[in-house]
Each structure stands twice: as structure tokens, then as C-alpha cells.
Design a protein around this ligand. Structure first.
Ligand code: B16
Ligand code: MG
Length: 218
């Protein structure tokens, strides 16, 4: 194994609450019931697919243009909320683990559905830990399609079978399996039957990394 591809949201940090507040504003405006339990179903799902899930409780009909406007409005509000992120948002164990993996010779990438990935990495000062970023801006199909991870592996000049994928969402684990990656599940994904290595906390990656004996030792 030579690389680790990290999902962003739910693995490196959690922006669940910010997504919730932004979608709640949209749901209230349209008059759709929406709570934190509904928000859990949006984890790892693209912006457009998230709106479709929210609209399951809507009686009326919206045109494609109206849906696009709602997605854009949600994103504008979400981007405002992203200003609350900073270096301290990140659990120190995340930085420690990423540093360790780099020292062991692994190449690291982010594989996220979010089109705001680069802003989030910059605001939290995580950008420099990664050799590559594959996100919602360079894909046409979201998880559970493997495209986002296949692109990440390509950017790392590695084959899928040489990379672990670290995910918190079942859709992400499905994407990793479909692409031929080795799936590591954290949080809800640690209880998913398709997860090869379930972990309780991110620092457990160190042990997995040492056992996998990277061939790119510095
Ligand atoms: P954006 P991940 C996902 O990130 C989030 O989990 C999901 O809730 C969000 O809808 C999606 O990104 C798109 O985000 O609206 O910023 O493009 O888990 O794939 O890192
Ligand atoms: Mg996620």
C-alpha cells in the first residue's frame, strides 16, 4: 500500500452542523419539515442529491431552475458559515496522524464530494498535508460512484489497489469498494459490513499504516 485517500466531511472534520443550518434555512423558506435526523441522511451526498432528499417531504413541484436557485442559495449561506472554521476546528489527532503517515512515506489525498473542499482545507490549515485533492469540482458522478477516488488515485500516480480510502459514509465505502480500493470505516461507516478495517478513532490509522509496509520510505 502506498497511499491514503481521505473523505473530508466526517473524517478530517465535521461540517454537519453548518450544512444543517444552511439547509434548515432553505427548508424553512420553502415550508418543508427538516430536522437533524433528516440532515444525517445528507452525509456524503452531493448538494443536488441532498435537495432531492429534502424535497421528499414537499407536496409541490419545483422546476430545474428553482432547484438550482435553492442549491445556490444554500451554498452562499454555507460559505458564510465556513468563516467560523479555523486551525482549532481540527482535532490535533488528525494533524498528528497525517504527519505520521507522510513520514512513513505514504502519499495522501482528499476525496470529497464537496465543491468547497479547497476553502475548507485552507481555512483549517490542512492543505499542506496533502499531495492531491479530488473533489466535487472534478467529478461528474457522486459517491457511491468511485469517480472521486479514482481521480484522487490518478492525481497521486497510484493504482486503486495501492490506496486505502478512509470514509464515514456508507455511500463512500460503496464507492471505495466499487473502485477497487481498501476501505477503512470511521464513525457510522465503521459498522458497515463492506468496511474492511473499522476504526474508532483516526489515530488507529498509524497501526494500519505500519502493518501495510509502504514501499515509498523516505
Ligand atoms: P458542497 P464529503 C460531502 O462531503 C458532505 O458530507 C455532504 O453533506 C455535502 O452535501 C457534500 O459534501 C457536498 O458539499 O455543497 O460543499 O459541495 O463527506 O464527501 O467530504
Ligand atoms: Mg463524509
Amino acid at each position: 500500500m502506498k497511499g491514503f485517500i481521505f473523505d473530508l466531511d466526517g473524517v478530517l472534520l465535521s461540517t454537519d452542523e453548518l450544512h444543517y443550518q444552511a439547509w434548515k434555512r432553505i427548508a424553512d423558506k420553502v415550508g418543508i419539515p427538516f430536522d437533524r435526523k433528516d440532515n444525517d441522511r445528507l452525509r456524503g451526498v452531493s448538494r443536488e442529491a441532498s435537495l432531492e432528499i429534502i424535497l421528499e417531504k414537499y407536496d409541490g413541484q419545483l422546476s430545474a431552475a428553482e432547484k438550482e436557485d435553492l442549491c445556490n442559495e444554500k451554498n452562499e449561506y454555507y460559505k458564510e458559515l465556513l468563516h467560523t472554521l479555523n486551525e482549532d476546528t481540527i482535532d490535533p489527532a488528525v494533524r498528528d496522524t497525517l504527519s505520521f503517515l507522510r513520514k512513513e512515506g505514504y502519499r495522501l489525498a482528499v476525496g470529497s464530494s464537496s465543491k468547497n473542499t479547497k476553502t475548507i482545507l485552507q481555512r483549517t490549515k490542512l492543505a499542506d498535508y496533502f499531495d492531491a485533492v479530488s473533489d466535487g469540482n472534478n467529478i461528474t458522478k457522486s459517491k457511491p460512484d468511485p469517480e472521486v477516488f479514482l481521480k484522487a488515485a490518478e492525481y497521486l500516480f497510484l493504482k486503486p489497489e495501492e490506496c486505502f480510502v478512509v470514509e464515514d459514509a456508507e455511500a463512500g465505502i460503496d464507492a471505495a469498494v466499487a473502485g477497487g480500493f481498501c476501505p477503512i470505516g470511521i464513525g457510522p461507516a465503521s459498522r458497515y459490513r463492506k468496511t474492511k478495517f473499522p476504526i474508532g478513532k483516526i489515530s488507529e490509522l498509524k497501526e494500519i499504516a505500519v502493518k501495510a509496509e509502504p514501499q515509498l520510505q523516505k
